[in-house]
Design a protein around this ligand. Structure first.
Ligand SMILES: Nc1nc2c(ncn2[C@@H]2O[C@H](COP(=O)(O)OP(=O)(O)OP(=O)(O)O)[C@@H](O)[C@H]2O)c(=O)[nH]1
Length: 234
């Protein structure tokens, strides 16, 4: 098998309070649809989309998690193995903005530091905004991630969110591949593992018929966890 036959798979988790528009964002991105009805997510949901990014075939696996606290125990398990994260809040919901730090901590607890984007959704309702634009900018700077303002309803900036994350992940991957080359004189040690909710120490598994190859040994950096879990799939 040639390296160009391989595809890069990125697991992205979308987190944030209930009703900020997480499910709508994933539906919009993967299916091109939008519905006004609110049906709260029970536990987790999953959709995927294939894109081309910087000359690479990338499969984005988008994990939609319930924003309601009652599902916290279930959803946390699904953060594991994620390589990127969307932190979402709503323009019209102050609590959802105030809760961003705690969502960030929950994800970091399970995944370490991964490429993240802060998303302010529902900007079509800017006239009802309860979040000062400067506050949102400050928060994104404090988190060290980019802020993107979206309207899933009007399809504004949704593609940019996922393209930005894919691009950040590819940069991390390239960086880590360079580190391998140096560390292993060009020999890439690989193990096989499955994506999805998995234990930190899980090495080999098979779910949904998808095989994910992952690097067996990475240079460890403090809490940096991009692509420690999975990168290229058949
Ligand atoms: N005006 C407006 N409404 C939106 C937008 N995005 C989502 N909504 C609406 O907001 C409501 C909640 O959207 P969901 O996508 O179900 O929210 P969620 O974050 O997945 O909620 P949970 O599943 O409870 O975590 C729905 O009625 C959507 O139609 C947007 O950009 N603008």
């Amino acid at each position: 098998m040639r390296e160009e036959d391989l595809e890069i798979a990125i697991k992205v988790v979308i987190v944030g309070n209930g009703a900020v528009g997480k499910s709508s964002m994933i539906q919009r991105y993967c299916k091109g649809t939008f519905t006004k009805d609110y049906k709260k997510t029970i536990g987790v949901d999953f959709l995927e989309r294939q894109i081309e990014c910087e000359g690479e075939d990338v499969r984005l696996m988008l994990w939609d998690t319930a924003g309601q606290e009652e599902f916290d125990a279930i959803t946390k398990a699904y953060y594991r193995g994620a390589q990127a994260c969307v932190l979402a809040f709503s323009t019209t919901d102050r609590d959802s903005f105030d809760a961003i730090h705690s969502w960030e901590l929950k994800v970091e607890d399970e995944c370490g530091e991964i490429p993240t984007v802060l998303v302010q959704n529902k900007i079509d309702l800017m006239d009802q905004s309860v979040v000062d634009p400067e506050e949102a900018d400050l928060l994104s700077r404090a988190l060290g991630c980019r802020l993107l303002r979206t309207s899933v309803k009007e399809d504004v900036n949704v593609n940019t969110v996922f393209r930005h994350l894919a691009s950040r992940c590819l940069a991390e991957l390239r960086h880590q591949e360079e580190e391998y080359d140096i560390a292993s004189n060009g020999i890439h040690p690989l193990t096989i593992s499955a994506f999805g909710p998995m234990q930190h120490n899980q090495k080999s598994n098979h779910t949904n018929g998808t095989i994910v190859l992952r690097s067996g040994k990475l240079k460890t950096r403090k809490k940096k966890n991009v692509f420690r879990n999975a990168c290229r799939i058949l």
